[in-house]
Design a protein around this ligand. Structure first.
Ligand code: FES
Length: 159
């Protein structure tokens, strides 16, 4: 190999390494707000009454986000909700915690399945299998006068 050729590849390698060192953190910083929770800015929304959610039964519902900066068609978000007891409601984002694919609940196995890379979560949102490293995104909830409310800002923006 000629000396000129070696130098050419060395310069390319250094250029690529420099671009990666600068570009990767910039990319992460740019997308970070999309995946972070938004503490201190609550946005409570009713999703139904306790009568809409029989004890122990998982329900998939669609909530409309009131103020997100996306187009109207993107403001609808599917969530899964259930009540393990009279005093408690649990509401999950439908987005997988791996790369955000939409989860599906299987009533037979009582598990959530991700179609993308095989992620599986149990009914409590805990990871059972696959690449996700964390449990399902879970909304903060309140039951007020029989009405179930969720804080839309208690999960990351894209969840
Ligand atoms: S996006 Fe769900 S397992 Fe990868």
């Amino acid at each position: 190999m000629e000396r000129r050729s070696v130098l050419k590849w060395a310069v390319r390698g250094i250029g690529l390494a420099t671009a990666a060192m600068v570009g990767f953190p910039t990319l992460i910083a740019g997308f970070a707000p999309v995946w972070q929770r938004r503490p201190g800015k609550e946005s409570w929304q009713a999703i139904g009454t306790v009568d809409d959610f029989p004890l122990g039964e998982m329900r998939k519902i669609v909530v409309t986000l009131p103020e997100e900066p996306w187009g109207a068609a993107l403001r609808e978000k599917a969530v899964y909700a259930w009540r393990p007891s009279e005093q408690e409601a649990i509401v999950y984002s439908r987005s997988c915690t791996d790369l955000g694919c939409p989860l599906t609940f299987d009533p037979g196995s009582q598990c959530f399945f991700c179609p993308c890379h095989g992620g599986i979560f149990d009914k409590n949102g805990e990871r059972l299998a696959g690449p996700p490293r964390r449990p399902m995104y879970r909304f903060a909830t309140r039951i007020v006068n029989g009405e179930i409310r969720i804080d839309l800002h208690s999960v990351p923006l894209m969840a």
